[in-house]
Design a protein around this ligand. Structure first.
Ligand code: ADP
Length: 438
């Protein structure tokens, strides 16, 4: 091909290509403009989003600030709360400690139990008294040491109080570690929380064995004293009734006998009342003595001569005539009369009663000896105790068990001593000492 044509062909091709690329360029420019527009739009949106983000960030920062301050407040409150809880826990611990200490200090057995009646704490006294070990402490232990005769009734009381009351008490016998049962007063009281709900019970057991014995003695004494007073009063009443009946036509034979009988009964009542008064005076340390200087043998002789014993008894008074004492005359007579009357009462087969006055160990000593049945050795040391009487196995001997006690108190007021020696089947000697006059 000629070069000219070749060139024309090439020019045509170039022009066509150029037209195509112009077309493309135009198209691309349109696309570029659209893309630009879109980009602009996106940029605007981005800017808007950035704006929103900034606003949101500001909001977030503000909120964070708020949260931070709330957090600070919360943490302050928390630490205040923690402090309060710690203080309260400490106070509770101290209160619990005080309560335990108190339970351990009181002289009684003490425990706490749940509202269901289950014991959850015993103080040391419980273990010391019962001999039980802390390891096996259950309510069942409580029942194993209660006297079998008291168990049913006690459980009834226990359950009744738990259901129906705030507090209460009852008595029962509890076995000691040596196997002996002693009476105890059980007191129960319930503890409630601030809302008034029952939380637990506190119980104490107080040993009232001695008190029960004293009460028994008092009851026995009242019954004996009433009986003792009733006997002579009945005789006195009978004598007065007979005297009343014969007042219009008195029999000279019976009259003196009745008067004598009435006098004797009255004297017995008087003596009993006198004993009762003296005994309570002695007990309150109010037994008066008015000491004077006198010849002991003379006073005792006169007193024994005036004792209206029946003829079966012979009272033989011997001793040191020159012995002078510094003592209360009527109280001295009271002791001798008591000893002699006891010899007559408790040694009725002993015909002779010997009274000896002598000097012994820097004191004057008076002894009254009978040849009666004597007193068993194991009873001797209790003879001068208040209300003590030997059981003679029958009601033939009456008395209040106060005579020798009063004698001992009188002797004590004189700084003297009193005692008794006796041999069963041989007889007894009761003696006392008084200070010599200086
Ligand atoms: P009471 O005679 O009122 O019972 P007492 O105090 O005088 O009281 O005597 C106490 C106890 O001592 C009496 O119950 C009696 O058993 C005993 N007793 C006192 N004197 C004698 C005695 N001479 N012989 C034997 N027992 C005696």
């Amino acid at each position: 091909m000629p070069a000219k044509i070749q060139r024309a062909l090439e020019d045509t091709a170039i022009r066509r290509e150029k037209a195509i690329s112009d077309e493309q360029l135009k198209k691309q420019t349109v696309e570029l403009v659209a893309a630009n527009r879109e980009l602009l739009q996106q940029n605007r949106e981005k800017e808007k989003h950035a704006q929103e983000l900034r606003q949101a960030n500001e909001l977030l920062t503000r909120e964070r600030e708020k949260v931070k301050s709330v957090n600070e407040e919360l943490s302050q409150l928390n630490s205040q709360l923690e402090n309060r809880v710690a203080a309260r826990t400490k106070a509770l611990g101290e209160s619990e400690n005080r309560f335990r200490k108190m339970m351990e200090t009181i002289p009684q057995i003490a425990w706490t139990n749940t509202v269901e009646g289950e014991v959850d704490y015993y103080n040391q006294r419980w273990y010391d008294y019962t001999g039980l070990k802390p390891s096996n402490t259950q309510i069942s232990d409580f029942t194993t040491v209660v006297h079998p005769d008291d168990l049913k009734e006690s459980l009834k009381h226990f359950n009744f109080l738990h259901k129906n009351s705030d507090e209460g008490e009852f008595q029962l016998r509890v076995r000691r570690s040596d196997g002996l049962y002693r009476w105890h007063l059980i007191r129960l009281m319930h503890i409630s929380n601030a809302e008034g709900m029952s939380q637990q019970w506190i119980g104490t057991a107080t040993d009232i064995q001695e008190l029960r014995i004293l009460q028994q003695h008092k009851d026995d004494f009242i019954s004996i004293a009433s009986h003792e007073l009733k006997t002579p009063i009945t005789t006195l009443k009978a004598s007065l009734q007979l005297l009343d009946r014969m007042k219009d036509n008195p029999s000279p034979l019976v009259l003196p006998k009745l008067i004598n009988q009435a006098n004797k009964s009255l004297e017995k009542v008087y003596m009993l009342i006198e004993d009762l008064l003296n005994s309570s005076k002695a007990n309150e340390d109010q037994l008066q003595i008015n000491p004077t200087k006198f010849s002991l043998l003379k006073i005792i002789r006169d007193c024994c001569d005036n004792l209206s014993t029946d003829d079966r008894f012979q009272i033989d008074v011997q001793g040191d005539t020159g012995l002078e004492v510094y003592a209360d005359v009527s109280r001295t007579e009271q002791i001798v009369i008591n000893f002699v009357n006891n010899a007559i009462k408790y040694a009725p087969d002993s015909r002779e009663i010997e009274v000896l006055v002598e000097q012994s160990g820097g004191m004057a000593k008076v002894s009254v000896t009978d040849k009666g049945a004597g007193i068993p050795a194991q009873n001797l040391r209790f003879l001068f105790d208040r209300y003590y009487r030997i059981n003679h196995g029958g009601s033939e001997y009456t008395g209040l068990g106060l005579g020798l006690y009063i004698c001992a108190e009188i002797v004590k007021r004189h700084d003297g001593t009193i005692g008794a020696e006796s041999e069963v089947g041989v007889g007894s000697t009761f003696w006392f000492t008084l200070p010599l006059s200086s």
